[in-house]
Write a protein that binds this ligand. Structure first.
Ligand SMILES: [Zn+2]
Length: 350
């Protein structure tokens, strides 16, 4: 088995407790007492392999309406044998339980930053959202050699399938070779099946952007949707599971042969959106797994907007360009200001 990184440390402390080699278990991280009684905690799963190696930290459901990764993380965790594992996997499947219970991108905090995605590095004495961020920074990011954040589609039928990496790897604030390693992480993950890699700046207020600014290679993954039928959910889930697995093989944490395949890359300056000009009921033409990452032609009808009150079709949503569809929605209510479809207008094979 290859070794990408030498072990960074001999001891691993989580919430003040030492994690021994060979440990595999669940460690709830207490955050605060809640108005409704009881305490909110962050759900940390930890596998510390019997052999030393890098620490990979992953988190999902930063946005509470993006549950797709939960099932994939469950499946990956089941397959890992701590005795054969090299290094440490730290995993938080639900990073914002407050928003998760509300099936919302935002926490129901009444003030300050309510989007955990942009609340890093957090404040242990701040709002609940800021406290989650502070604990994630302490337990995951401060311990990590590599970091990955998982998003999916969620409310209003969003679906997507790609890996985001920050193209600003030449940023002097990104120390050492973090950017180069982050790029290799993104490619290894996308080879699990997502196939699309998007170069897009990662905000320093997000966990992966903050990690990168600290010199820790980090990526953001956007795969799947919410409440999809089983036949549609399964291929997205495979992209997540096999992406994470291939990443761990790439990092030398698991035995096996790393997958290598050609990927499609596009950057933030070569994308176009098609958004409804008014709220309404979207009749989508692009709802299948195979549609994401598929080709569209200039002028192609992607969806129509139906006024749910007058029951008239009020708008056609057509692709402004030839390209690759990388974001879509299933049919259903969509508010004005929400994105409809997104197209990569210029891509290259990497
Ligand atoms: Zn998200």
């Amino acid at each position: 088995m290859r070794r990408i990184n030498p072990p960074k440390r001999e001891s691993l402390l989580i919430d003040g407790g030492e994690i021994e080699p060979g440990f595999k278990g669940y460690i709830p991280l207490p955050i605060a007492g809640m108005l409704g009684g009881g305490e909110t905690a962050l759900p940390l799963h930890c596998v510390r392999g019997a052999s030393s190696g890098p620490v990979l930290a992953v988190q999902a459901c930063v946005h509470g309406d993006e549950p797709q990764p939960v099932r994939a993380l469950h499946n990956v965790l089941k397959k890992i044998d701590a005795e054969k594992f090299r290094g440490t996997l730290l995993m938080i499947p639900v990073a914002n339980p407050f928003a998760f219970a509300d099936f919302s991108r935002q926490s129901p905090d009444q003030h300050e930053q309510t989007n955990l995605w942009g609340a890093f590095p957090g404040n242990p004495k701040g709002t609940l959202t800021q406290r989650y961020a502070a604990k994630i920074r302490e337990a995951l990011i401060d311990n990590a050699d590599f970091f990955a954040e998982f998003h999916s589609g969620g409310r209003a039928g969003r679906i997507q399938n790609r890996v985001d990496m920050d193209p600003g790897v030449k940023d002097p604030e990104v120390k050492g070779s973090a950017g180069k390693k982050a790029r290799a992480m993104a490619l290894a993950f996308a080879r699990g099946g997502a196939g699309l890699v998007h170069g897009v700046p990662l905000s320093k207020a997000s966990a992966p952007g903050y990690a990168l600014s600290r010199g820790i290679p980090a990526i953001s993954v956007e795969i799947g949707g919410a409440y999809l039928p089983e036949a549609e959910e399964a291929p997205y889930r495979r992209c997540l599971e096999e992406g994470l697995w291939n990443l761990m093989v790439h990092l030398g944490m698991l035995a096996g042969r790393e997958r290598h395949s050609r990927l499609t890359y596009f950057d933030v300056s070569h994308r176009a959106e098609v958004n409804p000009s008014a709220g309404g009921y979207l009749l989508s033409r692009k709802t299948r797994f195979a549609d994401i990452g598929g080709r569209v032609r200039k002028g192609q009808l992607l969806g129509e907007m139906l006024d749910p009150y007058t029951l008239e079709v009020t708008e056609e949503l057509r692709s402004p360009s030839d390209g690759i569809l990388f974001f879509s929605r299933c049919s259903g209510p969509v508010e004005v200001g929400n994105k409809g479809f997104a197209i990569a207008t210029k891509t290259k094979k990497i």
